[in-house]
Design a protein around this ligand. Sequence first.
Ligand code: ADP
Ligand code: MG
Length: 245
Amino acid sequence: MPTPNEIEIRGLHKSFGDNEVLRGIDLEVATGEVVCVIGPSGSGKSTLLRCVNLLEEPTRGQVFVGGTEVTDLDVDIDAVRRRIGMVFQQFNLFPHVTVTENLTLPQRRVLGRAKGHAARVARDNLERVGLADKADAYPAQLSGGQQQRVAIARALAMGPEVMLFDEPTSALDPELVGDVLAVMRMLAAEGMTMMVVTHEMSFAREVADRVVFMDEGRIVEEGPAAQVVGEPRHARTRHFLTRIL
Ligand code: ADP
Ligand code: MG
């Protein structure tokens, strides 16, 4: 049966040796929905995102993306990953090529796009993130915020159905955070399905349809941002929020 959920996570467990990092996660993200994931360091947030695009192999449980079970052993992992864009705390740009080439190389290698096509898509996406004028620059010539916007544009150039963000602004100087969040806000307004691990509570309050609080590998509390951030029900959520706000 077709599902309106772009992402479905059922009974997800992940262990590294004896360390059980995810202890039974159930979560759906509807098409076009923005879910922010918050929680203390080490609670499993990155591992959760990495299980969605199979950068980590779940120990147990199921993950569906766009109705395809990505945890099915027969699935074409590369085909699934193409549908999922991921942006990390560290921007991970290719340092030795220009901004444009950062966007065109993956399109050509992974999607087999012709040079002209890839270049057009690159230009369009650099415009979307406000960096058309940096097309010929090298990553080291850009600020951290600009590099992160290039990383977002690079992910978008692949035409993903879903975007996963893992603390995309945590490595940035405070004055550069706003431009990156503005790009993410634009994507949300355009209807992109997004899972965002972030400590930016103002972003969560403004943009998230739902906030999920994780602790020790479990979802402790979830709901609208106004509830989870504004009136948390659980002591652990309250404790976490008082430490970061
Ligand atoms: P968060 O993103 O919430 O800070 P993580 O998902 O990064 O948490 O990590 C949760 C736990 O999993 C931590 O104890 C971390 O040390 C452990 N962990 C994460 N990745 C690995 C790995 N590749 N190998 C072993 N342990 C890992
Ligand atoms: Mg993390």
